[in-house]
Structure formats: C-alpha cells, structure tokens
Design a protein around this ligand. Structure first.
Ligand SMILES: [Zn+2]
Ligand SMILES: [Zn+2]
Length: 255
C-alpha cells in the first residue's frame, strides 16, 4: 500500500492543503485538495473517493474533478462513497444544480461522471483487492473513519476529523494497526474549542491512543491548524512517543 498525502492541513493556506490521501494512485480518501495538487493525468486515474464527512475542506474538489472530466471529454466515472447522511448532504448542498451542477446526471444518468455509493458502518466494501470499512467517529457532523485492509493482512485506519471517541477503537478490532492516521487540530490550550468542534489536541490524542488495545506500529498526525503548528509540534514531541510523526503535504507512506 502506498499512500500519497495530497493535503493534511486543518486549514487552507499556500503550501497547506486540506485533507486528501491517495491510495495507489486510484482510491482517494477525502477530496479537500484533489484538483489543487494532482495534474490532469493523475486525476484521470481516480475511480473511488471515500468521504469521511461532508465538511467543505473534505469534499470541495469533487466539484472541480467532475468539471475537469467533462471538459476533457474523458470516459471516467467516479464513485463518491460514504455513509447515507454524508451522501445526502453532498447531494443537497453541493451538487444540487444551484451551488454546482448535479454531475450524477451529466452527461446523462447512465454515463454520469459521478455516482453515489452508500456504505453501511462496519460493513466492508471490496475495492481493488482492499477491504475498506467505515467506522463512526465523533465530530460535529456525522463522520466516519476508514479501515483499509489488504490481502497480506496489512491494515491502516484514517480517522478523518474526530474528537474523543470510545466505541470506534473497540469496533475496529484487536488486531494491531500497521498505521494510524489520526487528527490533532488544536494546541492543548484550545481544548474547549476542540471539544466544541469535535477535534483533538495532543493531550486528547494520548488518551485516544491509550484506548487502542495494541499500539499501532506507526502514528501519523493530520489536520493540524497551520496557525498553531509550532506549538502543536512541541506538544506532540513532549508526548515522548517515538512512533509518532507529523505529516506534511506530499509525504508518501508505504505500508
Ligand atoms: Zn470537519
Ligand atoms: Zn476538516
């Protein structure tokens, strides 16, 4: 498994792109920085986009990808995959023929550029030889993280945006994660804001990690607010955990 980090920022600034993790060049997790980062050729390889939740920083580039496909007259159909409530928010509020065209009807329903695919929490979907399963996390809107398992039993979990969560770690099972991509958005002094908005600080991260039965081999931090990068980096270093690394855009994770 090769994961390319298109974006891992909790805000948008030059050089800091919102969430996008590309698996093997084909399967995308979150569409915050798809068309911002990938050229037309790389965009044409994408078949499936798993969305953690319907906040704009995780979905916005679905719109521009669809437009690019039509303009290039490419025969490319992309599945937009998530739980029902997330799909319904995208349908109602983004691709609603008002804010942006409904690309599930363009050029026509049969050949549509985009297709919605609803998944059930806890039920794996088989894509490209991977088993990909949505598990509910704890954010300010309905949100899931994704567990990805390959044929060799390697597995990683991407949380998307989440605050402290009890049940998620129990549900993903006892087997060790090779890799955990988890968010930390705020510094410790902003824990009230984190609680209010469904995000983690590094102190809360430590508590989450304690809830996981077996320590993941590697832990990568995503969704940091760049305005607080220095403080958050210091706070995470202070946790004294050797297997934690802060992600940056364009990093490549091999599992
Ligand atoms: Zn969010
Ligand atoms: Zn976000």
């Amino acid at each position: 498994m090769k994961i390319t980090v298109l974006g891992c920022s909790g805000a948008q600034f030059p050089g800091h792109n919102p969430a996008g993790f590309l698996l093997d060049g084909k399967i995308l997790f979150d569409a915050g920085s798809l068309t911002t980062v990938l050229d037309g050729h790389a965009q044409s390889k994408i078949k499936d986009i798993f969305i953690t939740h319907a906040h704009l920083d995780h979905i916005r580039d679905i719109s521009f990808l669809a437009d690019n496909i039509i303009v290039a007259k490419r025969k490319q159909n992309v599945n937009i995959i998530s739980i029902r409530s997330v799909i319904s928010t995208i349908k109602k509020n983004l691709l609603n023929d008002s804010l942006w065209p409904d690309f599930t009807m363009i050029p026509d329903y049969e050949n549509a550029v985009l297709r919605y695919l609803t998944v059930t929490e806890g039920a794996p979907l088989k894509v490209n030889g991977y088993h990909i399963t949505a598990y509910r996390v704890n954010h300010s809107v309905p949100a899931v993280g994704y567990l990805v398992e390959d044929r060799k039993n390697k597995r990683f979990f991407y949380t998307g945006d989440t605050g402290p969560t009890g049940s998620t770690w129990k549900k993903i099972g006892d087997r060790k994660l090779d890799c955990l991509i988890i968010e930390v958005s705020f510094p410790n002094r902003m824990s009230e804001m984190a609680a209010l908005t469904g995000h983690l600080t590094s102190r809360l991260l430590k508590e989450e990690i304690r809830k996981i039965k077996q320590m993941p081999d590697r832990i990568y931090i995503t969704h940091i607010k760049p305005q607080h990068l220095r403080v958050i980096r210091a706070e995470i270093e202070n946790l004294g955990m050797k297997n934690i690394k802060l992600l940056k855009d364009r990093d490549v994770i091999s599992i």
